[in-house]
Design a protein around this ligand. Structure first.
Ligand SMILES: NC(=O)c1ccc[n+]([C@@H]2O[C@H](COP(=O)([O-])OP(=O)(O)OC[C@H]3O[C@@H](n4cnc5c(N)ncnc54)[C@H](OP(=O)(O)O)[C@@H]3O)[C@@H](O)[C@H]2O)c1
Length: 325
């Protein structure tokens, strides 16, 4: 297979994140936005014009049937991720599905099974895994630069508005802080420390039965992570990784950190590692590489990584009494 050919993308669900992702695709010479699909054709036309998409569909099913499209980026609300991903895979498409990949561990398992059965690439769009600052920090921490990590503190919080961010407060589409943004601090703890031995979580709930804010402790053999997500408060959104021989502070907002500070022996070293574009370029490059190498999963954010994270989220969901059924 030619390594320098263009990868042909389709996007479904033309909202906020779809626009950001499409603008980053324009930065990649080896990406073509072959088609987009919206439930609203005129919105699709406007999107296609803005981001140079070649075709527009007014139904998600039609883009799945388009033989020119190789990979579909699923940018719809969480509640539709599993069914749409499975449908796309069964139609022979590779899939990049927005986080969180599913509202239940059971659905996440079905998605991974579909990828294996259909022999098509599938990845949950955990873009933060691929940005340069996080890549560098992971490498340094794994090489022991701060000794053994024993404490992580990370959060993700902002003022959500019930009128402007309806999706976040709507149980029907999988709203709430945990599933929308709580997965980020959980991701950080997971990539550094793996699966916890124990999970403790408490939430403040909205009248619509979605969580407004959730605080979590992940207990490991010799480490703890203290994590928080909220759609009703602000925070500095720094993340600190503390070890037996030093600490790292990721610049705010840490999930798209443009660098970090490393503190060792009382000295600070500053590293600048900005992401390309809006930060989504890096996950798109990973998709390209995997497709060209005939891989059905990424080694950096594998099927098992997504399943592990989904299992932790499932436990928190139970503890805080969150249910989408
Ligand atoms: N990676 C990131 O940084 C990041 C950031 C934000 C969000 N996300 C994730 O991306 C997904 C979408 O978030 P978003 O903020 O882009 O949402 P959004 O602005 O509301 O867009 C979602 C789009 O999905 C389509 N859709 C299909 N069924 C829908 C329904 N029942 N209700 C509303 N929209 C529906 C709509 O597109 P059409 O009308 O065109 O069909 C809509 O514009 C979420 O899973 C979220 O967690 C990721």
């Amino acid at each position: 297979m030619m390594k320098n050919r263009k990868i042909k993308w389709g996007i479904i669900g033309l909202g906020n994140i779809a626009s950001q992702f499409a603008s980053d695709l324009l930065l990649l010479e080896d990406a073509e936005l072959t088609a987009v699909a919206s439930r609203d054709f005129s919105k699709g036309q406007q999107f296609a014009e803005k981001f140079s998409a070649l075709k527009v569909y007014d139904s998600y099913d039609l883009i799945f049937e388009d033989q020119d499209v190789e990979i579909i980026y699923i940018a719809t609300p969480h509640n539709s991720h599993s069914e749409l991903s499975i449908k796309a895979l069964e139609n022979g498409k590779h899939v990049l599905c927005e986080k969180p990949m599913a509202l239940s561990y059971q659905d996440a398992v079905r998605m991974v099974e579909a990828s294996k059965k259909c022999n098509r690439f599938f990845m949950e769009a955990f873009w933060t895994r691929f940005i340069p600052s996080i890549q560098d920090v992971l490498q340094k921490v794994n090489n022991g630069i701060i000794g053994n990590v024993n404490y992580i503190n990370a959060d993700f919080a902002f003022y959500g508005s019930e009128t402007e961010n309806k999706r976040l407060f709507d149980k029907e589409v999988g709203g709430g802080a945990l599933f929308d943004i709580g997965v980020y601090p959980l991701f950080l703890s997971y990539v550094l420390l793996g699966n916890p031995k124990e999970v403790l979580a408490k939430a403040v709930m909205h009248k619509n039965q979605v969580d407004l804010q959730t605080s979590i402790i992940l207990q490991y053999e010799k480490a703890q992570s203290v994590l928080h997500a909220s759609i009703v408060s602000d925070s500095d959104m720094k993340a600190s990784l503390n070890g037996t021989e030093g600490r790292i502070e990721l610049n705010s907002p840490w999930f798209i950190a443009d660098g970090y500070s490393l503190y060792e022996n009382g000295k600070e070293a500053v590293f600048s590692l900005p992401a390309l574009g809006k930060g989504y370029v890096h996950e798109a490059i990973e998709c390209h590489n995997c497709i060209l190498n005939n891989q059905i999963e990424s080694e950096l954010w594998s099927h098992q990584n997504s399943l592990d994270l989904s299992k932790i989220v499932e436990e928190i969901k139970t503890q805080i009494g969150l249910s989408f059924t």
